[in-house]
Design a protein around this ligand. Sequence first.
Ligand SMILES: NC(=O)c1ccc[n+]([C@@H]2O[C@H](COP(=O)([O-])OP(=O)(O)OC[C@H]3O[C@@H](n4cnc5c(N)ncnc54)[C@H](OP(=O)(O)O)[C@@H]3O)[C@@H](O)[C@H]2O)c1
Length: 341
Amino acid sequence: MGSKESGTKKMKAVICKKFGSPDVLELVEIEKPQPKNDEVLIRNHGTSINTVDIMHRGGKAMKTAFWGIRQVVGFFLRLSFGGIRKPKQKIPGGGFVGEIVSIGKEVTDWNVGNHVYGYSEKGGVCAEYMTVSASVLAKKPTNLSFQEAAAVPGGATPALLAFKDLATPKKGQKVLIIGASGGIGTFAVQMAKNVYGAEVTGVCGPTNVDMVKEIGADYVIDYTKENYTKNDSIQYDIIFDIASAQNLSKCKNILVSEGTYISNNPISSPKNLFHLMTNNKRFKAGSADESARAMNLIREWIEEGKIKPVIDTVYPLSQTAEAHRHYETGHAKGRVVISIE
Ligand SMILES: NC(=O)c1ccc[n+]([C@@H]2O[C@H](COP(=O)([O-])OP(=O)(O)OC[C@H]3O[C@@H](n4cnc5c(N)ncnc54)[C@H](OP(=O)(O)O)[C@@H]3O)[C@@H](O)[C@H]2O)c1
């Protein structure tokens, strides 16, 4: 128990009063939240943008095979944030990093002053202070600044899902990462190479080829210059399609016979949806585990120097709308971070 709170009861937060374009995001001053018995209050120092933040706002970040699927997914996401006509959880954001400033009565594993990071499924992160269940907290990586650590939750976890849970590369196996220069791809390249010892080929646009090489890809393909699905002289053991640029059917010729195609968004194409529904053994997809266990494993790899965040731009909290616009271009070079000082 204890408290390191500043005297003021107010805080700055970004709120989303209705669904719509980034223009609906507003910086306001509201009451600071109070932690429940099993929660902690965090002085939040940063977050980064994920697809789900855009969906929370009512944006259309997720590519879907049919118009109707987007409406159904959007409806369930709205329900998960508790509002059909407008968001009940008005403060967006899931990933966080900060310092614990007070703890609920039942919290025993954490102390005021601890630096933590993680992912809050209930949102409420784009604010100077936030409450979160103590069960999702992990220690912040000691070798990262707050801004750098803010880039990790939601970005590294889908890569962890792909390579730890869905198809683990054996040393020397060939892995193709489509969308290697984005928020998830930059973690995926480093994880496949430095954690699992794979031979990594990254696919990205022309302006990011050098960066993807620098973070460890053995080979880089510029998708504007080469249709790699037609080049069956190279076959991959695992293809991780983060950009939803392909589908399993198009990749069959460049996948070894026992190989796996991982889709980061299986509802993106009718063919991938078909492979998912027919339980095709070579097709894998899932939902990232954002638990403390996952965040702790990622922290260990960061502290061992195996992976590090690549940051495109850091925006202040007051420019959250701009950060959303930037992410929505679909061409961020690594992660789009919001710093909350
Ligand atoms: N399964 C899960 O649990 C989970 C969790 C979170 C997100 N997701 C999914 O992940 C996706 C977003 O990933 P992200 O945050 O990494 O996105 P991002 O940061 O916007 O990156 C997208 C990347 O795609 C590349 N790209 C665009 N067009 C391409 C093409 N035709 N071929 C190859 N690459 C292309 C871009 O590269 P250039 O800029 O170099 O062109 C960019 O690097 C969404 O579909 C989301 O639904 C899934």
